[in-house]
Design a protein around this ligand. Sequence first.
Ligand code: PLP
Length: 570
Amino acid sequence: MSILENHIHEPKIAYFSMEIGLRDEIPTFSGGLGVLAGDTVKSAADLNLPFVAVTLISHKGYFRQEIDDSGQQREYPVDWDPSKLMKPASEQVSVTIEGRVVIVKAWIYFVESPRGGSIPVIYLDTNHDKNSDEDKILTDQLYGGDASYRIKQEVVLGIGGVRMLKKLGFLIKKYHMNEGHAAFLTLELLHKFKKDIENVWDEEHIWDIEPVKDLCVFTTHTPVEAGHDKFTYELFNKVFGNFFPENIMKKLAGEKNVNMTLLGFNLSNFVNGVAKKHGEVSKSMFPGYQINAITNGVHSYTWTSESMKKIFDKYLPGWANEPEIFVRIGAIPDDEIWNAHLESKKKLIEYVNTVSNTDMDTDTLTIGFARRATAYKRADLLFTDLERLERIGSGRIQVIYAGKAHPKDDEGKKLIKNIYSLREKLKGKIKLSFIENYNMEIALKLVSGVDIWLNTPLRPLEASGTSGMKAAHNGVMNFSVLDGWWIEGHIEGFTGWAIGPAPTELEPDKNMNKIDADDLYHKLETRIIPTYYDDRKCWIRMMQNAIGKNAYYFNTHRMMRRYVTEAYIR
Ligand SMILES: *Cc1c(COP(=O)(O)O)cnc(C)c1O
């Protein structure tokens, strides 16, 4: 009997993602995109949706981060053994890469919900004895290697994924591409619907686009042109051989390059961005396309600390599977919310003191900043004017950082180095810690244990952002630039605070770093610090609003219900 026996009796939504972050023991994710994919699968399981997910096994993970005394990031492969957590499928398929037949195996992991739902996640694996050495390692490194390595990985994911689902016995009613990495799946589907006409005078007529579009849903996550996955036609032809004609490809994926986003757009009847603003930005980047917006969320149960869970269970039973129940947040007495927060804060501060020797305390207003270390997130904006920061914050704030820089992102690594060096400079004034090897466990500790969650992206580059939604689930207020989800979640002085001007007031060529930093210092000094120390009642009211307004809405249960009604069953 197949291990999928109970899963192949009804047609499924197939969700394709290059990375999926379900838990740290399965280290096949790098950041927000992967954790979102993991939260998506978890909510699909809770909601009992007919769903299957496809990704790569990434044997070496993304990387384990260590930071040396000089602040230099060092990267090490992650050691993990899929056989401890997953079952190998007996089925295998193959794809053709540069003319070689590459065998693709699969591991199956089940995401089980306490509510009875069970979602299989298929991890594709090319580490097969019969494959050549260079093909064996194609599913080793998440976002590693060069363009050639990447395009081959995307062949495995897109084309190998469709074939594997079929081989495993799945019937698929929608293919949902989470970002462009999986968009080659459309080429496999085009082959499936290829018309069998004799004497075709124009090759274009044998490719039937409409049935493929009907089957596909595409979610874009990138608000900058440079962020979209692109390959040269030279590389495409080298890897694909004659699998798909270049002249047709150019109509679907772009004349100059194979643009994976464009390919997804042209072959999907439903396309969306991940926040309202991101939908608009995408429309201006791809004029002529109907682009919808479904704002991201987070999986409420995963991203709520133990102490908060306890009071939610007590006063808001059923909250985890119906986050709308947060509407009754006012039912929780102030002191119980505050104490639950203090418990999470103590846990975090103990952890930080153990790993970083900073002697932080639980009374001081604690600011958290953790996400991928990359230039547009401006992790060092807080330190724009050190003198001013010291004047405002000495003895009154402490700050905790974490985040990995992509191994090839020198700017990101510089950010880490810079923050590292500031620990000494600020000594005796502002306690500052940088936690190594950011992962989901550290993320939960941070988003629940700090008092304020800081986010300073350069507009409009934060498509959505999700860590702030996690903070809100724990009654931690956001202090953030108005970009991504925060444009929708922000009510000034009520759910949190904005940094810098509203998006409508933006003039792009102004010096945003200075404008944003100015406002950051101003609000920290005149609103946040005074409220925290002198008006605890108002502070707790805002904590309640973060939960009752932000967590109430920005969760993956709401997000998935929207994907179902707007994208999957149209
Ligand atoms: C939630 C999460 C992210 C995403 O953070 P953003 O602030 O939305 O960029 C990245 N890494 C980990 C480990 C996370 O849990």
